[in-house]
Ligand binder design. Structure first.
Ligand code: SF4
Length: 560
């Protein structure tokens, strides 16, 4: 592959015409945790010549011409995070930083980056196909609530004028698109994509029109419910002006073998050498390993189920150990693997005895599905194997764990002891999000084991192993249905249980296309039909959030 890291000239490429040019809003890091690197390496392994333009100057159309016109298509992404989320705080203040750029400098990518980059390409090359991918496109693939403009927005394909949108993890889709364009074929019927078409496919399930959905709450709620419950099994078609937005179901489940092959691609695991300053997002993960994809929870505020899916796809032990050995070759590596996890570290190895085929919205809400096969032993064995490798002195878990799943294991006490003793450096992250049942219900996050019991179990275990281990709870403020009184109750609960008030409190941001974004916008849960009071006024949201950040609490925290 050839890279163009900023706006300078390409570094000595003799390539006449590239097959594909990928354009990303993030700095280029050749590492499997960065989507552009994965897409580039997958395409390259299939024999395509790929150029990558990272952080183009969005005010200058020439910045997209660095590799000339690609033979097949431009692939466009905002990067690993939605550009509005990376630009603004939960209180809609401009952020000065961006962990995906050199030095963590903010403002290097435009707002609504996907649309801006597509316009830039269209202003220079009118007839090159554009393929959208990444989280910003994926979570804006149909009509959605946009927190930053406080209104519904239509499918991003329409605003960007791109030719096709890839949602989800994208490896299979991007290859199929490349192969079809190479053969001069059409792009219809590719699983995991969205297209604008003149006619709806005959076998499509018809959704209410985009115009109707955008005109009243009831239609939007109905549309969302239909979408959420059928997108993974049916072709969906939604009339939009004179066309149809056609949403194809996700590709067949990835296998562990396929995932291993992705991680086995020749990533250098480094940022482009042109960058003079460290890239914070890379520094955080440079000695950590992604062990699996997917999340069984389906929490209402999270976009993961819509993007990666509910099924857990775990890499093989051999593939992970091989990656650890590669990390150990790095001259800066001091022997510490800082994480082996995923969205929740202990979901590695989880399977479903019904082969993930059922009509439930979540494996853990409203209660734990008896078919879920929790696999903490397999995960701990993987950590043991890693620790035994040459040049590995220490393995710790940096991701949060789903403590309630661990505690539903038969030999939970013993598993917890092994985890705390061998793989926790001092802090173990958990994400109860809230302590009040009425708020948790709106989050679709009932703990399947009581938090209080878990805290007691940890206290008992740390005395037994004589090790200082602190639980760090991640919490949410301002969630739909949460009142100031609920926040004060949570503060009391947390102080009583943990004996301190954590900084890790995030003010809720309704991410596009999540269940919670519909609840925030309409005050109704589209799946359960329950109604919620939603705090939208900025000063009232701030008041809720400040329950954990009053000057006195900050002072007490600083003292400790
Ligand atoms: S059967 Fe249970 S464990 Fe399997 S996918 Fe459905 S909810 Fe999840």
């Amino acid at each position: 592959m050839h890279f163009l890291p900023l706006n300078g000239p390409e570094t000595g490429s003799k390539q006449k015409q590239f097959d594909i040019v990928l354009l990303t809003g993030d700095a280029y890091v050749d590492h499997p945790s960065f989507g552009t690197a994965v897409m580039g390496r997958v395409l390259e392994s299939a024999g395509y010549q790929v150029g990558i333009i990272a952080m183009p100057d969005w005010k200058n159309p020439l910045s997209v011409t660095a590799f000339g016109k690609p033979r097949l298509f431009f692939g466009v992404t905002s990067g690993n995070v939605d550009s509005m989320l990376s630009r603004y705080t939960a209180f809609r203040k401009v952020r000065n930083d961006d962990p995906y750029t050199p030095g963590g400098q903010g403002g290097l990518k435009p707002e609504r980056a996907v649309i801006v980059y597509c316009n830039l390409i269209k202003s220079v090359y009118k007839d090159v196909p554009i393929v959208l991918g990444g989280i910003e496109a994926s979570l804006r693939r149909l009509v959605h609530f946009d927190f930053w403009s406080n209104r519904l927005r239509r499918c991003i394909l329409e605003d960007s004028r791109a030719d096709i949108l890839v949602y989800g993890m994208g490896e299979r889709q991007i290859l199929e698109i490349a192969q079809r364009l190479d053969l001069g074929m059409g792009l219809e019927n590719i699983p995991g994509t969205v297209l604008l078409m003149k006619e709806q496919p005959e076998d499509a399930f018809l959704l209410p029109s985009e115009e109707q959905v955008m005109s009243d709450y009831e239609s939007f709620i109905q549309f969302y419910r239909l979408f959420y419950r059928s997108f993974s099994s049916k072709i969906l078609a939604q009339p939009a002006v004179k066309r149809h937005i056609v949403h194809y179901p996700p590709p067949k489940d990835q296998t562990s073998d396929e995932l291993d092959k992705v991680y086995d691609l020749p990533f250098t695991r480094l940022p482009h050498p042109a960058y003079k300053k460290p890239i914070p997002a890379f520094e955080m993960i440079r000695f950590s390993i992604t062990a699996h994809r997917g999340c069984v929870s389906g929490c209402a505020f999270c976009s993961l189920a819509l993007h990666q899916g509910r099924k857990i796809i775990s890499r093989s032990e051999m593939s992970i150990l091989k990656e650890v050995e590669k990390i150990a070759e790095n001259e800066n590596f001091k022997g510490h693997i800082t994480d082996i996890g995923g969205p929740s570290a202990n979901m590695y190895g989880i399977t479903c005895s019904k082969n993930w085929k059922c009509g439930r919205d979540s494996c853990t809400f409203p209660d734990l599905c008896p078919n879920l096969q929790i696999a903490t032993e397999i995960w701990l064995k993987l950590l043991d194997e890693t620790k035994n490798l040459k040049n590995i002195k220490n393995v710790t878990i940096g991701s949060g764990i789903r403590y309630d799943l661990l505690m539903r294991e038969k030999n939970a006490g013993n598993l917890l002891k092994r985890l705390l003793k061998d793989y926790v450096s001092g802090q173990l992250k958990i994400a109860p999000e809230h302590t009040r049942p009425e708020v948790l219900k709106g989050m679709h996050k009932t703990p399947v084991y009581p938090l209080e019991e878990f805290v007691k179990e940890v206290e008992k275990t740390r005395s037994a192993i004589d090790k200082k281990v602190y639980l760090v709870p991640y919490l949410l403020s301002c969630y739909p249905g949460c009142t100031l009184a609920n926040m004060q109750d949570m503060q009391n609960d947390i102080q009583r249980l943990f004996k301190f008030l954590p900084k890790q409190v995030q003010a809720f941001i309704p991410l596009p296309m999540t269940i919670a974004s519909v609840i925030y916008y309409c005050g109704v849960d589209p799946l359960t039909g329950l109604k919620y009071e939603v705090e939208k006024l900025p000063q009232k949201r701030k008041q809720q959030h400040d329950v954990f950040f009053s000057p006195k609490i900050k002072k007490d925290r600083d003292k400790k």
